[in-house]
Ligand binder design. Structure first.
Ligand code: UD1
Length: 340
């Protein structure tokens, strides 16, 4: 049993990871400032696991709050750091808020890790660090490209901050580079709740089907892919969550081969936007209202993971497929809209 601090633990990936930590017999402590999450998520976690984890409302970009948090919790075995702003477009409009929040909180956490003699840090990174990769599938050796947004830059710089801190101080870390996390817990007790109009494909699909949105816009069908729409590696959030449990156990048990390791988290299979729509239509047994519109600026043609390193070294493999994820996303959407 390990005591793990989970920052952003009421968010989409954070809450699913808290569930998997509890399922694996660990004791998560949730930290969240509720800027993009609701405290009711605790009820969902409790409904699934029968346990209500400790919740600390802390704003990690306020240094004193972080210090007080670590003074209250001196016996942590590890930290999984999800808390961050994540909207690409918003980051272009508010770069300074993104750097302050995403990098300030990371630096304060690492300072406290160091000062309290703690160890074992898992960082929530993104395939966005690879940009438009020259070779597919994308391995961890693909070069990190200049970031296309301040959000992406916070992930790249975040990885570098950790690298430099590890070179100077005595701790171990793993960065997990997610491809496109989607879906919800199969129980429909927790899921994704974007504020306002969703920017990501899958919540837009389910909200359109639920009647909350009029029509999905498919951003371009003139890309060099099998049907002209962008190709991505959509991965079930429960699979992503399980990878975090494996990663933190790897550090706690000193199974890591380097002080700082990086792993891609994807399925290894790319799906086009139209294939995602077809999957949704199959599992929901309905037709989705969509139209093809112009490309969205900043979208890469195709991105999907080479998962060999995660499979062989981390010992993790995605178990769920696109249909599973779309069915779970739809079950969650119907539940929060009171549909059936
Ligand atoms: C984006 C971010 C990525 C972030 C991820 C999860 C960029 C370049 N990347 O990935 O850094 O980690 O979100 O938050 O922004 N699409 C539509 N119609 C829609 C919405 C999306 O056709 O209404 C298409 C997009 O053009 C894209 C695909 O669906 O081809 C997936 O889009 P999205 O869910 O936004 O994820 P990414 O852009 O891949």
């Amino acid at each position: 049993m390990a005591r793990i601090l989970v920052t952003g633990g009421l968010g989409f990936i954070g809450s699913h990871t808290v569930v998997e930590l509890i399922n694996a017999g660990h004791e998560p402590i949730i930290v969240d400032n509720l800027s993009n999450a609701n405290v009711d998520v605790l009820n969902g976690i409790e409904a699934i696991t029968g346990k209500r984890p400790l919740f600390e409302k802390v704003d990690l970009k306020i240094k004193e709050e972080v210090e007080q948090l670590f003074n209250r919790h001196t016996d942590l075995d590890g930290i999984i750091h999800f808390a961050a702003y994540k909207a690409v477009g918003e980051s272009v409009a508010k770069p300074l808020e993104y750097y302050e929040n995403n990098l300030g909180s990371l630096v304060y956490l690492l300072q406290n890790l160091r000062d309290h003699g703690l160890d074992n840090f898992i960082f929530s990174s993104s395939c966005t660090v690879y940009g438009e990769a020259e070779e597919l599938p994308i391995t961890e050796n693909s070069p990190v490209q200049p970031a296309m947004s301040p959000y992406g830059n916070t992930k790249q710089i975040g990885e570098e901050v950790i690298k430099d801190a590890i070179a100077a101080h005595q701790f171990n870390a793993i960065s997990l580079r997610y491809f496109n996390p989607i879906g919800a817990h199969p129980s429909a007790e927790i899921g994704e709740s974007p504020l306002g109009v969703p920017l990501n494909l899958v919540p837009y699909v389910t909200q359109t089907a639920a009647g909350v949105r009029e029509q999905l816009s498919v951003f371009g069908n003139d890309y060099d892919t099998r049907d002209g729409t962008n190709e991505r590696d959509y991965i079930h959030v429960v699979d992503i969550a399980k990878a975090h449990v494996i990663a933190v156990e790897r550090l706690v048990n000193r199974k890591n081969l380097d002080k700082y390791e990086y792993f891609n988290l994807g399925t290894g299979t790319g799906s086009t936007v139209l294939e995602v729509i077809q999957s949704f239509e199959r599992v929901s047994n309905s037709k989705l209202n969509y139209k093809i519109v112009a490309r969205r600026s900043g979208d890469v043609t195709a991105a999907y993971a080479d998962t060999t390193k995660a499979n062989q070294i981390l010992g993790w493999k995605a178990e769920k497929n696109l249909d599973d994820a779309m069915a779970d996303a739809w079950r969650w959407e119907k539940k929060i809209r009171n549909l059936d």
